[in-house]
Design a protein around this ligand. Structure first.
Ligand code: ACO
Length: 335
């Protein structure tokens, strides 16, 4: 039987943090590797450069640094954190990287686990953590999105390698019985369309002893049908957000910030147009970091929180979308 420790009803947003590796890969440099150009990449995606992990900058390290920075924005004693959820598709340890982050933080009283939903991962993790808080089981949670897709990109495939970069972001959230700033959510998957974007295992057959084979672990590089993923995003994201506006009785006019998964500037612009949300309300840092998968939403939010664009009580409509196919949306009030 579930033990109810607290009696909170709502979620409050207390802090944010992020981290990106130092190494910069510009469009110019990619053009030395594959047949592309800065002009093509910028006009088709809005991306100018991205960060690439080198030694030391794995998902555990990046996630730890983002989480620590989010915790520093709160006044929390680290030992009061109950839950750490790490959204990632590229863990440093396939058995899970969140417990290593817990150990590095010294968050000894927290339970920590990984959650995988590709570029929807952060949103799915935030929704998951919020349910634990609203259900009264936990009081304080850190939700991290961190990915290192550079390790799984085919650097000879110009149709996909231009898009991705590495990084991490995190939010600190707390249960409260005074108000609820987690205003609504929805989440969807469609495995029928999963082949549009995947990072499949590559199992080389080997033998243990005579007549007993096994499949050696490993992965093939990212496989993507860019046009189908593009069409999926510009169709489904406005639908899920419009449905959520209806459900929560918020309108797109009341949104201060539209925070979409940073996949392609053209996707951001198109979704904004369909929702009638002007460009100045749409957060974007694609030019600097490209698509950092589960990290994009907390990374772009952290920038906007630290430079005071996002203010207390601002209404944020957010949506993540990507491999699975998976997509989700949430409406939150910052603070
Ligand atoms: N440089 C130069 N030319 C290129 C490049 C490149 N890097 N890539 C493709 N081209 C060429 C193609 O070969 C094609 O040439 P052709 O007409 O002679 O055949 C032409 O450019 C047009 O190709 P399209 O694929 O139609 O280009 P499009 O405008 O669709 O842009 C892109 C491609 C940027 C990949 C776009 O489709 C996109 O962003 N899709 C969404 C992908 C995405 O967001 N994926 C991540 C989702 S999140 C997650 O879960 C990981």
């Amino acid at each position: 039987m579930e033990v109810i420790k607290f009696k909170q009803i709502g979620v409050s947003f207390k802090g944010s943090g992020s981290y990106v590796p130092e190494q910069i890969l510009t469009n110019e440099k990619i053009s030395q590797k594959v047949d592309t150009s800065d002009e093509w990449i910028q006009s088709r995606t809005g991306i100018s450069e991205r960060r690439i992990s080198s030694s030391g900058d794995n998902v555990t390290e990046m996630g730890y640094k983002a989480a620590l920075s989010a915790i520093k924005m709160t006044n929390w004693d680290i030992k009061t954190i109950d839950l750490i959820v790490l959204a990632t598709s590229t863990p440093h340890d396939l058995f899970g990287s969140a417990p290593s982050i817990q150990a590095k933080l010294g968050a000894h009283n927290a339970v920590a686990f990984d959650l995988t939903a590709a570029c929807s991962g952060f949103l799915f993790a935030l929704i998951t953590a919020a349910q634990f808080l609203k259900g009264g089981s936990f009081k304080r949670a850190i939700v991290i999105g961190a990915d290192q897709l550079s390790s799984f990109v085919d650097w000879n495939d110009r149709r996909s390698c231009i898009l991705f970069g590495d990084g991490a972001g995190a939010l600190a959230i707390e249960a409260t019985n005074e108000f609820d700033n987690f205003l609504g959510f929805d989440m969807r998957t469609d495995g029928e369309r999963g082949s549009f974007l995947n990072l499949p295992t590559k199992n080389n057959r080997d033998s243990i002893i005579d007549n007993i084979d096994f499949l050696k672990g490993g992965f093939s590089p990212i496989n993507m049908n860019g046009q189908e993923v593009y069409k999926f995003a510009v169709r489904e994201v406005p639908i899920i957000l419009n449905n959520l506006f209806r459900k929560t009785k918020y309108s797109s006019d009341e949104v201060d910030w539209l925070v979409l998964h940073q996949a392609n500037q053209r996707i951001l612009d198109s979704v904004g147009e369909r929702l009638k949300i002007p460009r100045e309300k749409i957060l974007s840092n694609l030019a600097k970091y490209g698509n950092t998968s589960a990290a994009t939403i907390p990374l772009v939010m952290d920038e906007a929180i630290r430079d005071n664009r996002i203010q207390q009580n601002d209404i944020i409509a957010t949506s993540g979308f990507g491999a699975g196919l998976s997509w989700g949306a949430a409406i939150i009030k910052w603070g």
